[in-house]
Design a protein around this ligand. Structure first.
Ligand SMILES: [Zn+2]
Ligand SMILES: [Zn+2]
Length: 394
């Protein structure tokens, strides 16, 4: 490892490199934004992001973990730490890049290229791990099972938002898909022959509404009915729905899930329609912030002149599969402010913010702070040890 004092010189070089890359990074972000791709279909984004890395001498493996739109790109060698900057690049149905993932993938690629410029001074590796399907599908959870993070020392990703925060909160989350099967009949002439699957769903939905009064304030239950019959004069023989159940910790989530399932069992019992359910994807784990890493990242943001807001203990930002990563590797998932506070992510206004001047500004600052923190980890043995010791504590 080089002397700690050298770190600030290397950081200056990395910052200058991000500034040099400015136009290319903004162009990349705009292109991904203009070509929104859904979970596991992010082919163009992956081609463009990996193309930029390959052109800079990164070793690129596409389709890693047997996922067509996952990738792993690395630069550097030796016995030093392996620092992974994660990339997300999936969009939302109908809303496009309303979560700003066009900024996330691009910032990590910009940061990694900047670090590669000083890598000859360092022992270790900087990686970009491309992770598909954050908005549903749990790409990172699948990649963890396939050992994508087994040799990684730290993982970081920056999410755009309305506030700049180093420590963010994300809930454990489970998805339930529910189906009820009843029996169709003429709704007017032979209603006594029917078993109403839609009634089963609506009773269940109302059971959940009653349950909601008596759950912990951090928990969330929300869902939609995806199918509820064919015509008013046919007793619905089939109804289906998709629900998310979330809580701050896995233990509470386990208990809450059982109560939610009881709500559906109640609907089954009352209506006579048969219930089946399954959980189509891996659960999202709560986010575990590594405070040593967070402090280093915050110091770098402040050095860039970016104001950092304190953690808000009453506000979770939803859920992310970065939570799963944070359970297996020391990790952070900071947020960088790019939009007015009144604007919610997953809205058309946020999609606009993701390609605004302030979106570009956030992208470049995120890339710089990621690069600087990577350099910290590659030069400061004490920080690395602190981070690992904190993670081991649990
Ligand atoms: Zn989102
Ligand atoms: Zn997001």
């Amino acid at each position: 490892m080089v002397e700690f004092q050298n770190a600030s010189r290397l950081k200056r070089i990395a910052i200058e490199e991000v500034d040099r890359l400015r136009d290319e990074l903004i162009d990349l972000s705009l292109r991904i934004h203009a070509n929104p791709e859904l979970a596991f279909e992010e082919y163009k984004a992956v081609e463009w992001l990996t193309g930029a890395l390959e052109a800079r001498g990164f070793r690129v493996e596409r389709g890693s973990c047997d996922l067509a739109t996952a990738f792993r790109a690395s630069f550097g060698r030796g016995n030093g730490p392996r620092i992974a900057l994660l990339a997300e690049y999936d969009a939302l149905a109908k809303l496009g890049h309303a979560c700003g993932h066009n900024i996330m993938g691009t910032a990590s690629v910009g940061a990694a290229i900047a670090v590669s410029k000083v890598m000859s001074n360092l022992d270790g590796e900087v990686l970009v791990i491309g992770t598909p399907a954050e908005e549903g599908g749990g790409g990172k959870a699948i990649m963890i099972e396939r050992a994508a993070f087994a040799d990684i020392d730290a993982a970081m990703i920056v999410h755009p938002g309305t506030k700049t925060r180093v420590v963010t909160r994300a809930l454990a989350s489970a998805t339930i898909e529910v189906e009820f099967r009843g029996k169709s009949a003429h709704a007017a002439s032979r209603p006594e022959d029917g078993v109403n699957a839609l009634d089963a769903m609506i009773l269940s939905y109302n059971n959940i509404n009653a349950l909601r009064q008596h759950i912990r304030r951090d928990a969330r239950i929300h869902g939609i009915i995806t199918s509820g019959g064919e015509a008013p004069n046919i007793v619905p023989s089939y109804a289906s729905g998709r629900f998310f159940v979330r809580a701050e910790d896995d233990l509470y989530l386990d208990g809450l899930l059982e109560k939610v399932l009881d709500c559906f069992r109640g609907g089954e019992k009352a209506s006579g329609a048969r219930l089946t359910y399954h959980m189509p994807e891996a659960r999202y784990a709560p986010l575990r912030n590594n405070m040593a890493l967070a402090e280093a990242f915050g110091a770098n943001l402040r050095e860039l002149g970016v104001a950092v807001q304190p953690e808000d203990p009453n506000r979770a930002s939803g859920s992310t599969d970065m939570g799963n990563v944070s359970q297996v590797v020391p990790a952070i998932h900071p947020s960088i402010g790019i939009a007015e506070e009144t604007i919610s992510t997953h809205s058309p206004e946020f999609a606009t913010a993701a390609i605004s001047e302030s979106g570009h500004h956030g992208l470049l600052n995120a890339a710089k702070a990621l690069a600087m923190t990577t350099i910290d980890l590659l030069t400061n043995a004490k920080l690395l040890a602190q981070m690992k010791e904190e993670f081991a504590r649990k």
